[in-house]
Write a protein that binds this ligand. Structure first.
Ligand SMILES: Nc1ncnc2c1ncn2[C@@H]1O[C@H](COP(=O)(O)OP(=O)(O)O)[C@@H](O)[C@H]1O
Ligand SMILES: [Mg+2]
Length: 579
């Protein structure tokens, strides 16, 4: 048997004029974790999609366990023991964990194949085209009977499945979970799961059908530090059991921690594979970018001094009806970046959404140039010059329409007339596409978005960094006075991240006020003028960026108030009375 579980030889793949992969070689041994590294758009996902049967290479060969294989479909990949955990989960929200696992793995039980298929009953009135009253009545009777029978059948199937089939299958799911130390409730519905649980489910699903070659596409982008450690311990266990694992990540510290070897892609080409023990961050960055890089963020003071937003005693409820943020007060000035730091779920999201008018305010005021905007509609708030670009855990879930092109996504923001009114439906065909296309071209050019075109390729086909640039670019082009941005660099590679920081700094220089909800404390200390720290929805204090350390921010994030860390100095009085 070959030394390698996977060998890709000379793989080339193009999309129109974009060469996503160019003569790429890649090898993975059994019992090895290979990190696949590269900037956004360097072709990592495309390469892995060919291994998992989603795309077919234009040229090149794939060898699995030493044998040349043609992987024409995800089904083929599955049979070869290849499982891929995608960046965007592929789960059915309404189903339980177990149902998601069984779906497509096991043969349908006999009863499900009966003539009275449940799905048919969703379109029962298809046959109602008869003219006479009598034939209509007959049709209705037929449809009703069919509905009853299919509902009965569905109940029957479910009953038998739960009684006879499920226990053994539940046991199999539970056994996998136990063996690898997963925390998975197989009866829980996906829609009730946290992101990390969904990811666990994706991995168990892949293991259930016996995969021993596992591909994970940026699995850590949406996880907290603790969840990442848990994932890594699972990966180590799988490695011990002889699995071959390929992990895509941008985070160099993760590459150094978890992998045995690293393969680096640059602009679709393999520019080198090195043993992780011989690698360091500087070396990997240079391989990725292709030149010596100077990673520096500047925070220059501006001369603006106008208060743009003044939040006073703001309290907002979350979906469960408890306080998501409580009595929050702070000012955002023109020409500054105000960072918001906090552990995930401490109220950052609700803070942003309430300012943007997406969440109702329970009490308190949001003063924008002196006017209270609490309770106003989002559209009115946008028209006043407040712009929100929120990059949620699911990047395409909010902000952009994934199936539309860059130009059409520009229209989404501008298709209303100057008074914020919708054009009459009769005018829809005449929505201004020319300007949208020009705007799209401008964004693509200025922010160096890599896309084959602006008016055909759907945004969801672009790589993450490019999606984010489009989103931010569109917001900036509206010339907002306030930009609210949450996690704008989530999942981005180093260069794209610095590009985004640069965009925000440039906006600040123009006098825009930026509210920046971030995760990386080093970055926040370098980029923001001041940092507001939240814990359980309350303000722990606001610090000047050059008078604080990561450790101090960490303490405040976990509930130590400002005054306990900094004493009662001058700075404290000013900031605490503010916030
Ligand atoms: N289905 C597609 N249609 C058009 N272009 C695509 C498609 N998939 C990927 N691309 C392009 O191929 C390049 C590589 O993308 P991708 O493999 O997603 O990069 P990565 O995963 O390294 O960020 C990008 O320029 C991207 O826009
Ligand atoms: Mg990708």
């Amino acid at each position: 048997m070959s030394e390698y579980a996977v060998q890709l030889k000379n793989i080339t793949k193009t999309f129109g004029s974009v060469v996503a992969n160019n003569r790429v070689d890649l090898n993975v041994r059994r019992g090895e974790i290979l990190a696949l590294l590269g900037e956004n758009g360097s072709g990592k996902t495309t390469l892995m999609n060919m291994l998992s049967g989603i795309y077919r290479p234009d040229k090149g060969q794939i060898f699995i366990n030493g044998t040349k294989m043609y992987i024409d479909s995800p089904e083929d990949a599955k049979k070869l023991g290849i499982g891929m955990i995608h960046q965007h989960f592929k789960l059915i929200e309404k189903f339980t964990a177990a149902d998601n696992i069984w779906m497509g793995v096991e043969k349908e039980p006999f009863l499900l194949k009966t003539k009275f298929n449940y799905v048919d009953s969703l379109y029962p009135y298809d046959g109602l085209d008869g003219n006479s009253l009598r034939s209509q009545k007959l049709q209705r009777f037929k449809v009703k009977t069919r509905l009853c029978l299919s509902a009965l059948n569905y109940k029957l199937v479910n009953f038998f499945r739960n009684a006879f089939l499920s226990p053994s299958r539940f046991e199999k799911v539970n056994k996998i979970a136990r063996d690898f130390g997963f925390d998975l409730d197989s009866r829980k519905k996906v829609c009730d799961m946290a992101v990390s649980e969904k990811q666990t489910l994706e991995i168990v699903k892949v293991l259930y059908y016996g995969a021993d070659i596992l591909i994970l596409d940026e699995p850590t982008a949406v996880l907290t530090t603790q969840e990442i450690q848990k994932l890594f311990s699972i990966l180590r266990k799988m490695k011990e059991k002889g699995c071959a694992i390929i992990i895509i990540t941008h985070k160099l510290n993760e590459v150094l921690e978890i992998s045995d070897r690293v393969t680096v892609l640059r602009k679709g080409e393999n520019v080198g594979t090195i043993d992780t023990k011989d690698a360091n961050e500087q070396l990997l960055t240079e391989l990725m970018v292709g030149e010596k890089v100077d990673l520096k963020i500047e925070c220059e003071k501006t001369d603006f001094d106008e208060t743009l937003l003044s939040i006073k005693g703001l309290t907002v409820l979350n979906n469960e009806g408890t306080n998501a943020i409580e009595d929050v007060s702070f000012d955002l000035k023109s020409g500054e970046i105000l960072g918001v730091a906090g552990i995930s779920g401490c109220g950052q999201k609700e803070l942003c959404e309430s300012i943007a008018g997406l969440l109702p305010v329970k009490s308190g005021e949001i003063l924008y140039s002196g006017e209270n905007i609490a309770g106003k509609r989002p559209l009115d708030i946008i028209n006043m010059g407040i712009s929100m670009s929120f990059i949620p855990e699911d990047r395409l879930g909010m902000g952009l329409a994934g199936s539309m092109s860059v130009a059409d996504n520009m229209i989404l923001k501008t298709y209303r007339n100057a008074k914020g009114k919708l054009p009459s439906p009769r005018l829809y065909p005449f929505v201004d596409r020319k300007n949208a296309k020009a705007l799209a071209n401008k964004v693509v050019e200025e922010l160096e978005v890599s896309t084959p075109d602006v008016d055909k390729t759907p945004v969801r086909r672009l790589s993450g960094g490019n999606v984010q640039k489009v989103l931010l670019g569109r917001e900036i082009k509206g010339d907002p006075r306030v930009i609210i941005t949450a996690y704008p660099v989530r999942g981005l590679d180093i260069n794209s991240s610095y590009c985004i920081y640069d965009i925000l700094s440039r906006e600040k220089q123009k006098g825009t006020g930026v509210l920046f909800v971030g995760e990386d404390l080093d970055v926040m200390l370098a980029l923001c003028d001041r940092i507001l720290v939240l814990c359980h929805g309350k303000v722990m204090g606001t610090v000047q960026h050059n008078q604080s350390t990561k450790e101090q921010l960490g303490l405040m994030m976990t509930g130590t108030p400002y005054s306990q860390i900094y004493g009662d100095g001058e700075n404290v009085k000013e900031e605490v009375s503010n916030g």
